[in-house]
Design a protein around this ligand. Structure first.
Ligand SMILES: Cc1cc2nc3c(=O)[nH]c(=O)nc-3n(C[C@H](O)[C@H](O)[C@H](O)COP(=O)(O)O)c2cc1C
Length: 340
């Protein structure tokens, strides 16, 4: 995922998604494909910080941003959300880890990452030199692991918020995901919250009966914001062998196929908790999709799978939004949302 600019595997992934997305509307952008300066102000406030645009990267789809920085200056994004990190390195799931599906892709990476120390030593230093705000995504298999990762991130420079990816098996409770249970969500969030000096966003899973119930549990336990949605659980079977196509058997569906689910989830949660900042994501491929997500109630929009199709999608989406707003005389994002 983090090696989109080189290597056959990456080329294959990029090609795969390009094919599945061939029907997607091309992003509307300025001729240069860059955010244009003009009367439109795209800046938004998140976690007490003013972001240059409401477009941020989604965790796991952007690496640390190094490779994408070969395509554009990351300061043109609102922020970079990094791949979820755990206390120690995680090896991830067996291959194959990605499968093409209609208008989307399934992945079962298994949160492969090099651990929080590596992040602090290498990725964060690099991101700081790129001068881009960082949203640090954390993961763990126990409450204690989450707490220890959060603790290591205390005072980390440039980290404006922590995003807790609670779509992880809870080893202390029959391996059921933290994010699928209101009590487990409340317990892990309350524990993480105590360690933090920066706002805590909780990333919610759509694979639940009531997303507002889980959102409420997270907020009652001290979360200041919500990120939604994570991938939708899915599966694909190779009919020649009769075996699952993913090494991990089941995986997470992302891309345009899940966008209506994401829009519904953001809308529902925003209606229930109108004052809570939301990082909305799920299948956002172009400016239209980002505008739709903002109108559903998102404060900012995260772009994930689209980066595999087009590494410049983040800034092209921002440019398309700017054009849409300029054409309609909408001067800022607050006005855009009021007009919805
Ligand atoms: C290859 C891949 C890896 C991902 N890794 C993570 C991760 O480490 N942590 C996380 O919270 N979400 C992860 N996600 C989920 C995305 O951040 C996002 O929530 C989801 O893909 C929906 O957005 P999209 O359709 O724009 O990709 C991953 C998604 C993909 C496709």
């Amino acid at each position: 995922m983090s090696r989109m600019s080189s290597g056959p595997a990456v080329h294959q992934e990029t090609e795969m998604v390009r094919q599945i997305d061939r029907n997607a509307e091309p992003p509307s952008s300025s001729p240069e494909g860059r955010v244009r300066r003009g009367p439109v102000d795209l800046s938004v406030a998140l976690a007490g910080v003013t972001l240059r645009t409401p477009i941020v990267s989604a965790s796991g789809c952007f690496g640390s941003g190094r490779e994408i920085s070969e395509f554009y200056d990351l300061r043109q994004l609102g922020a970079v959300t990094v791949k979820s990190m755990t206390l120690d390195p995680w090896q991830g799931k067996p291959t194959p880890r990605m499968v093409e599906t209609p208008s989307g892709m399934l992945n079962a990476i298994g949160l492969q990452n090099k651990g929080v120390e590596y992040f602090l030593q290498y990725d964060l230093r690099w991101l700081n030199s790129a001068k881009v705000p960082v949203i640090a995504s954390i993961a763990g298999n126990t409450k204690d692991e989450f707490v220890r990762v959060a603790d290591r991130l205390r005072g980390a420079p440039g980290v404006i918020a922590i995003e807790a990816n609670i779509s992880c098996p809870n080893l202390e409770d029959k391996d059921s995901m933290f994010s699928h249970d209101a009590k487990a969500t409340a317990a892990v969030i309350a524990a993480i919250r105590r360690q933090l000096e920066v706002p805590l966003f909780v990333k919610l899973s759509p694979n639940v009966t009531s997303i507002t119930e889980i959102a409420g549990a997270a907020l009652d336990s001290g979360a200041q914001g919500l990120s939604l949605i994570n991938t939708v659980v899915g599966m694909a079977i190779d009919i020649e062998t009769g075996k699952p196509e993913l090494g991990g058997v089941m995986g997470g569906l992302s891309g345009p196929a899940i966008r209506p689910i994401a829009v519904r989830a953001v809308y529902e949660v925003h209606q229930a908790f109108p004052d809570v900042p939301i990082i909305g994501m799920g299948g956002v491929m172009n400016a239209h999709d980002a505008l739709e997500m903002l109108m559903a109630g998102a404060t900012v929009v995260a772009v994930g799978t689209a980066n595999f199709v087009n590494p410049e999608s983040g800034i092209e989406i921002a440019a398309g939004m700017e054009k849409f707003m300029a054409d309609r005389g909408i001067r800022n994002v607050a006005q855009l949302k009021r007009s919805a």
